[in-house]
Design a protein around this ligand. Structure first.
Ligand code: LMR
Length: 324
């Protein structure tokens, strides 16, 4: 029997991330090659014509899995019946701006949205935007609100693969802790590489602690800014692809023995203050994520986990002050 289509909302769909993301969803990259989809695309009125152009292109591409397209500037129409929401729309960060500079722009925008079941926030400051969305939807379980740090996770995999000259698909279990910002902590202490003689620890293979604790971390933390500097636009191809990875694994599950990084509602594990959207290592089964527990955290890592938690606590206070 044919599967029922899943309705996927993309906000900011006429923007550059939206433009890269919607064809991936329509092609089955996000939900698999057998899952029909109906795309709900929302954007602001000044982008209405461009949004209609994206709809025309989706029709022209004749995607077999795409069973319908809603393109609208009306929030209620966009959100009706939606199963998965990817919140891409947000005020874009420009060169030289920090997360907090765009926060007040976004908080105002998000408060009008009706909320569907599984939510991924991409728009920065992604962690705190997800937290604010959760505040506006007390009837929706907090587990349904997540933010994108899979982009940072994938960036870390990419850097290790380049450094070791191995296939990126053979590297796994890096962790991004904390905020999707320059205070995030990309941690490879539990990461491994598949080799002919079994799985090997990344720190052992790299054998350069100074690089792993220095340049590697800085590259991943500042990659977003480096892309903005190079393209004069923020990352779109990698952001869209990572958003697909995030939803794909959340809905369809993570491979055995592998975890991914997701910004999720913290419950106090790893002594991260409860009540933040904080990136943690997670596995997924049957549409539910679970934090990987019991990983050892050394003293240096502890400081880094705390530092990014402090920034998120400050962002949270700032966001609430914008709301009042
Ligand atoms: C990124 O990480 O590429 C995006 O979140 C853009 C940014 O502001 O860094």
């Amino acid at each position: 029997m044919a599967k029922e289509p899943v309705r996927v909302l993309v906000t900011g769909a006429a923007g550059q991330i939206g433009y890269a993301l919607v064809p991936m969803i329509a092609r089955g990259v996000m939900l698999g090659p057998n899952q029909p989809v109906i795309l709900h695309m929302l954007d602001i009125p000044p982008a209405a014509e461009a949004l209609n152009g994206v709809k025309m292109e989706l029709v022209d591409a004749a995607f077999p899995l795409l069973k319908g397209v809603v393109a609208t500037t009306d929030v209620v129409e966009a959100c009706t019946g939606v199963n998965i929401a990817i919140m891409v729309g947000g005020f874009p960060r420009k060169e030289g701006m920090e997360r907090k500079d765009v926060m007040s722009e976004n908080v105002t925008m998000f408060r009008f949205l009706l909320l569907p079941m599984q939510v991924l926030v991409v728009a920065n400051p992604a962690n705190t935007n997800a937290l604010i969305l959760k505040e506006f939807a007390p009837s929706i379980p907090e587990k349904n609100f997540t933010c994108l740090t899979r982009l940072d996770h994938n960036r870390a995999l990419g850097q290790i693969s380049e450094r070791l000259n191995v296939q990126v698909s053979d590297v796994k279990n890096v962790i991004i802790w904390g905020n999707h910002s320059s205070t995030q902590y990309p941690d490879v202490s539990h990461a491994t590489v598949k080799t002919h003689s079994g799985e090997k620890a990344v720190p052992e293979l790299v054998a350069d602690d100074a690089w792993l604790k220095g340049e590697f971390i800085t590259i991943v933390q500042r990659r977003g800014a480096a892309i903005i500097k190079a393209r004069k636009l923020s990352s779109a191809l990698s952001a869209s692809s990572s958003a697909c990875d995030h939803i794909h694994d959340w809905v369809l599950g993570t491979p055995e023995g592998t975890w991914v990084s997701m910004g999720v509602y913290s419950d106090g594990s790893y002594n991260v203050p409860a009540g933040l959207i904080y990136s943690l290592p997670a596995t997924c089964r049957s549409g539910e994520w679970t934090v990987v527990r019991g990983l050892s955290i050394d003293e240096d890592s502890r400081k880094k986990l705390d530092l990014t938690a402090e920034e998120l606590t400050e962002e949270k206070a700032l966001a609430y002050s914008c709301l009042s």
